[in-house]
Design a protein around this ligand. Structure first.
Ligand code: CMC
Length: 424
């Protein structure tokens, strides 16, 4: 007999099925709970709630394991390429050479932006935050490609939408940056590879292979992270059958927040503040521990990783490679390493399992590459895009999917009578 959990409520016993994932992860299936018992569950921040069954990414926070479609992140970072990983996430298998060539060919149909989109970008003031520009401009694409508004979306349009987003989002990001430095956009040249094309569009200069590899690794490490805040947003927005651009735009906005992808910008601002205050990082550690102080050590802690973030380990190494190759001595790196060392031996951080996360060292790499601080989270967008697209595709292909619509526990007033304004 299959395993069940027993729930006792008001003298009655209910049996709830147990679901076991391929890595032996256990879940209690509560899908029939409300219908059978009248009860719902309450789970602030969804800390204990599985929102879907997914075959894309496996993550074990206790052991620091991250795998895409079964492949360990360490192997992919060492041997693969970002676009190959993007293909793997979307289609479930590593591509053959012929499949990969076809994927690139499809993408090359979207090597520029419609004129109108370019004009929209031009309307943004140069001091706009690039995350707002990217999310609005990505959403605006639906006005230029109305075929994606058709519902139900044909499988062919879904596949085209995925490669289109991969090709055009980086063009939008680089175009806006060029505008902020009063330079014309540089045309996309996919023959330079994903990261090469992006850096060339930003700086009108082909980067060194070591730099390309480091950025490619960084993007691979960001590519998916199962049901994080932005991926969940993508699934929630996409569950209403909103179009692909509106859906991805939702993910971009969720990523912007400083507790999620926006942390990479905040880390650099924090390190700069520590440097400007004389480099006394112990003082900032104490501030982070002080519950009456809202300051948090940005780039530290994670909802799921409670041992170490496997991505942070790889990024720390990439950081050393980039700084050495570019011959950059960045005092912020010393402050970052000092902070990490101090926090690792401090009971506050150790007892709460707070370790550097993916955002802690990535900003130092971006800074060395010449990426402006307010574009750091845009770099995260470019890395995370394949994950959002894969999550959206998986959801759209699942015929059992339901519109996301949680319940609540109402704690407001009970019924009361309206009082006209002059009697209040
Ligand atoms: N500095 C100081 N204290 C912290 C920090 C931090 N960075 N992170 C967590 N804590 C404390 C928190 O105050 C709480 O203490 P107590 O148990 O005494 O109340 C405890 O650790 C647990 O924290 P939480 O906020 O309940 O944990 P969470 O799982 O809800 O939040 C987090 C996870 C990532 C939002 C949080 O650790 C944080 O705010 N970190 C800083 C922002 C950051 O680096 N975000 C990037 C996350 S990784 C990349 C991504 O997702 O995009």
């Amino acid at each position: 007999m299959s395993e069940t959990a027993k729930l006792e409520l008001a003298g009655k016993t209910y049996e709830l099925p147990i679901i076991t994932g391929t890595e032996n992860e256990k879940a209690i299936d509560i899908r029939s709970l409300r219908a059978e018992t009248g009860y719902v569950t309450l789970d602030n921040g969804f800390m204990n709630t599985g929102s879907c069954q997914s075959g894309i990414t496996f993550l074990n926070g206790e052991e620091g394991i991250l795998r895409y479609r079964g492949y360990p992140i360490e192997q992919l970072a060492e041997q693969s390429r970002f676009l190959e990983v993007a293909y793997l996430l979307a289609y479930g298998e590593l591509p053959t050479q012929a499949q990969f060539d076809e994927y690139l060919k499809q993408m090359s149909n979207f090597n520029n932006l419609p004129n109108g989109v370019q004009k929209i970008i031009e309307q943004f003031p140069n001091n706009s935050h690039p995350m707002g520009v990217i999310s609005s401009t990505v959403c605006s694409l639906c006005s230029f490609y109305p075929e994606y508004l058709k519902m139900p979306l044909e499988a062919e349009d879904r596949e085209r939408g995925i490669v289109q987003m991969m090709a055009q989002t980086k063009i939008i990001a680089a175009s806006f940056y060029r505008q902020t430095i009063n330079k014309k956009p540089v045309p996309s040249d996919p023959s330079l590879g994903y990261t090469g094309d992006f850096l060339n569009m930003m700086f009108d200069k082909e980067p060194e292979p070591e730099i390309l590899k480091a950025l490619d690794v960084l993007f691979m490490l960001h590519a998916d992270h199962e049901q994080n805040c932005s991926a969940s947003t993508v699934r929630v927005v996409g569950s209403s059958e909103a179009n692909i651009f509106a859906t991805v735009s939702g993910g971009i906005n969720a990523l912007w927040g400083q507790l999620h992808g926006g942390a990479n910008q905040r880390v650099l601002e924090m390190l700069t503040k520590i440097r400007d205050a004389g480099g006394d990082y112990k003082m900032f550690i104490n501030k982070a521990k002080d519950k009456s102080d809202p300051f948090r050590l940005m780039g530290f802690g994670h909802r799921v990783y409670k041992n170490f973030d496997p991505r942070a380990k790889i990024i720390k190494k990439a950081c050393d490679v980039v700084l050495e190759k570019l011959n950059v001595q960045d005092p912020l790196l010393d402050i970052a390493k000092g902070l990490e060392e101090e926090a690792r031996s401090d009971d506050y951080f150790v007892s709460r399992n707070l370790y550097p996360n993916v955002d802690f060292y990535s900003g130092i790499i971006y800074k060395a590459l010449g990426i402006p601080t307010n574009m750091f989270t845009v770099m995260f967008v470019l890395g995370r895009l394949p994950g959002w697209l894969a999550q959206w595709k998986e959801m759209r292909e699942d015929s059992s999917i339901k519109i996301s619509r949680p319940r609540q526990i109402y704690v407001g007033h009970n019924k009361r009578e309206y009082v006209p304004i002059n009697n209040r």
